[in-house]
Design a protein around this ligand. Structure first.
Ligand code: GLN
Length: 472
């Protein structure tokens, strides 16, 4: 599908109606069904909302840049009256009783939600293979995963079913699938977007953000969904700016921090060369490259997997087979009901995470694992603060290599955890990050991750837009 901007121009000139755009989107979803990007398609609802948009436009009451634009939402965000599953059997029959704030804001801006997208179960994973509804297929190479956990949202944009989509990012789940499918994915600063109505994975790390075909589209969506929310006390009171205001600023005069730890061992040679090639082009445009150091970054993955699983084990305790969701038919006694509903309802990866999390929080190991991980989290945040004293933005690969081959989550889960090496540190420190395509290798896209200062998304997106220009 075209960019928001070009669709908007068609709506304004009258050469397309919102209903026609919704119909085209629904048809494209049908014709690309084998990619398995969607868990639910909201045919009727979408056409109704699109008709409302057309009516508003006819009355001269449009709601702004997203009015009438088809969008998709990851299936871990509530939308009232529709199924919200987090790709888990345990929520297969769950119908949301209210709408997540970010989703509500998207609709308040006139966007037309055409469907809920497939993902790793409860957003745990980097491959979008652990869904109860089957894996998401990468349209660029079917033998490789589309990245995860928001793989459905990334593929929804990459395959042209929608102009933009929402994902959630706890340790890279927006940025990685964006890199694997050649689109733009933005994780805002922690607190920028409300998490109310997002089915929690790890509350101190989770953040909702946009996917788009262009950087400008991501800015447009962030403008719509951000801001303070009385339902989420971690949303920031900072004033909200226009995140697209600086997109034409270019890269001249910017100091780009290049962490030496990020470009050494473990990074695929072709990815490295492609990213360094882009950085050279930026230097030629007047940016300065400055080596910086993140000395504690080597501990990021291990501390992330301790904190994320600890929080997950607590957050997922609410799925008990009693209040909502799947209930085992086998159970005779109360304890059995909990144990059987959870054993039958949760998939293997989710169970592994709950066990890991319960272990690191248990009385004998709490100090050795959880407390240590929290200390490392502080050290990593300090490393970034120090690095940002001498640069405006930090460059990093999004992934250590090309998208992973299908099936690795089964055969080598550790290798999959390690592929999060460049993304998790931003969640640990709350920083914003965006993955932008910066070149190709073997017909597959390579993502460049830009890391920004807290709440400086407008500056971050300006650098991302410059990358996009230089990649043309
Ligand atoms: N791959 C990471 C994990 O499995 C990140 C997932 C995410 O960002 N939701 O925890």
């Amino acid at each position: 599908m075209e960019s928001i901007q070009s669709l908007q121009a068609k709506l304004e000139s009258g050469s397309a109606s919102a209903v026609a755009l919704a119909q085209a989107s629904l048809e494209k979803i049908e014709s690309t069904k084998k990619l398995n990007a969607y868990i639910s398609v909201l045919n009727e609802r979408a056409l109704e909302k699109a008709a409302e948009s057309d009516k508003r436009r006819a009355e001269g009451k449009t709601l702004g840049a997203l009015d009438g634009i088809p969008v998709a939402v990851k299936d871990n965000m509530c939308l009232v009256g529709t199924r919200t599953t987090a790709a888990s059997k345990i929520l297969d029959n769950f119908v949301a009783p209210y709408t997540a704030t970010a989703v509500e804001k998207l609709e308040a801006a006139g966007a037309v939600i055409v469907g809920k997208t497939n993902m790793d179960e409860f957003a745990m994973g980097s491959s979008s293979e652990s869904s109860f509804y089957g894996p998401v297929i990468n349209p660029l190479d079917e033998t490789r995963v589309p990245g995860g956990s928001s793989g459905g949202s990334a593929v929804a944009v990459a395959s042209g079913t929608v102009a933009c989509a929402l994902g959630s990012d706890t340790g890279g789940s927006i940025r990685q699938p964006a890199a694997c499918t050649g689109v733009v994915g933005l994780k805002p600063t922690y607190g920028r977007v409300s998490r109310y109505g997002l089915l929690a994975y790890a509350s101190s790390l989770d953040q909702i953000g946009p996917f788009g075909a262009t950087v400008a589209d991501c800015a447009t969506v962030l403008n719509a969904i951000c801001g303070i929310d009385p339902h989420d006390n971690t949303t920031s009171t900072r004033p909200v700016e226009d995140f697209g205001a600086k997109l034409n600023q270019g890269i001249k005069g910017k100091v780009i921090g290049v962490p030496k730890e990020y470009f050494g061992e473990g990074l695929d040679a072709e990815c490295k060369a492609t990213i360094e090639g882009m950085l050279k082009k930026m230097e030629a445009e007047g940016a300065t490259l400055k080596e910086v150091s993140l000395p504690n970054i080597g501990f990021a993955v291990s501390s992330y997997y301790i904190i994320a699983t600890a929080e997950a084990s607590s957050n997922l305790s609410r799925y008990d087979g009693v209040r909502y969701g799947y209930r085992s038919k086998e159970a005779k006694k109360l304890f059995d009901l909990y144990a059987k509903s959870r054993s039958e309802g949760f998939g293997k990866e989710v169970q592994r995470r709950i066990m890991l999390g319960s272990y690191v929080l248990s009385a004998g190991f709490y100090d050795a694992y959880y407390v240590q991980a929290q200390k490392v989290r502080r050290l990593i945040t300090d490393d970034f603060n120090k690095a940002f004293e001498s640069c405006d933005v930090i460059a990093s690969p999004t992934m250590p290599g090309l998208p992973l081959k299908c099936g690795m989550n089964e055969s080598d889960p550790m290798a999959v955890y390690l592929s999060d090496i460049y993304t998790v540190s931003l969640n640990l420190s709350g920083l914003p990050g965006v993955s932008v395509p910066c070149g190709m290798a073997g017909g597959l896209p390579i993502g460049l991750q830009w890391i920004g200062k807290p709440f400086q998304e407008a500056d971050l997106l300006a650098v991302a837009a410059a990358t996009e220009q230089l990649n043309k």
